[in-house]
Design a protein around this ligand. Structure first.
Ligand SMILES: C[S@@+](CC[C@H](N)C(=O)[O-])C[C@H]1O[C@@H](n2cnc3c(N)ncnc32)[C@H](O)[C@@H]1O
Length: 248
């Protein structure tokens, strides 16, 4: 299956809960300031920018599959790209990076990857022994309200579009990939949008982005509108999977 392109302009205009997820996840890394940090699913570079601020003598290796998201990252980080390596890659496949890294971060990306064993092996292969991996993503129980609306409208809850993992599965996968000192939590965290317009833009750009690509363009807006109407309250019922682990 082809990699999905993200609408980077629309994405950066949204009031994203990802902003607080990103800064909280970076804080969990407790950086000294001279590390090289891998970011898996760097998107438009919002967290890479925070990482550069926290790494006056360090570097960021930003990996993402979307050309649009990476173009926006390069634009955002213009003037600081001497400390950034950009890698465009499909994270559904194993990836070997050219440089080893001291720490790794991933925000709101793992649930878009169908095989977490592959993603964790990519991180483990890049990390030096003792290096930390912190991540957060959608986890088991996420977006049940969206899925109920999809089931009502189409007869299918769209579960195949996301990989919402649980605590035990994730812990086993991290162990298999060579991690130790593993903590995994599931934390309910609802995103409340201000208006129906914002709600529909958020659904279209983030939650339903992948599904919409399958529909002919003229059907996309009416479909999003139907999902939003079926859901009623402009609330996305996220459950966040939070990971903290160390490369053995
Ligand atoms: C919701 S965005 C999160 C971006 C950023 N971490 C943030 O918090 O704003 C998900 C990102 O995962 C990337 N992604 C999804 N599937 C991917 C794949 N198979 N390979 C590489 N990147 C992928 C998308 O391109 C997108 O930038």
């Amino acid at each position: 299956m082809q990699l999905i392109e993200w609408d980077a302009r629309a994405y950066d205009q949204l009031p994203l809960p990802h902003q607080r997820w990103g800064s909280a996840t970076i804080r969990r890394l407790r950086l000294a300031g001279d590390e090289t940090v891998l970011e898996l699913g760097s998107g438009t570079g919002r967290d890479a920018e925070l990482l550069l601020d926290a790494l006056p003598a360090g570097r960021v290796v930003a990996v993402d599959g979307s050309a649009q998201m990476l173009a926006q990252l390069r634009h955002r980080l213009a003037g600081r790209m001497d400390r950034v390596t950009v890698v465009r890659a499909d994270l559904r496949e194993p990836l070997i990076l050219d440089e080893p890294v001291d720490a790794a971060l991933s925000v709101a990306t793992l649930h878009w990857l169908p095989d977490h064993d592959v993603a964790f092996q990519t991180v483990a292969a890049a990390l030096r022994p003792g290096g930390r991996f912190v991540a957060e993503a959608g986890g088991a129980g996420s977006v049940d309200r969206v899925r109920a609306a999809l089931r009502t409208i189409t007869g299918d809850d769209g579960g195949q579009w996301w990989n919402f993992a649980g605590v035990d599965q994730t812990t086993c996968r991290l162990q298999r990939a060579g991690f130790t000192g593993i903590t995994v939590d599931l934390v309910p965290d609802f995103a409340i949008l201000d208006s129906s317009e914002q709600f529909e833009a958020y659904l279209a750009t983030v939650v339903l982005g992948a599904q919409l690509r399958e529909l002919p363009a003229p059907q996309r807006r009416p479909f999003v509108h139907a999902v939003a109407r079926e859901m009623g309250e402009p609330v996305i019922d996220y459950v966040r999977l939070q990971i903290d682990a160390m490369r053995a």
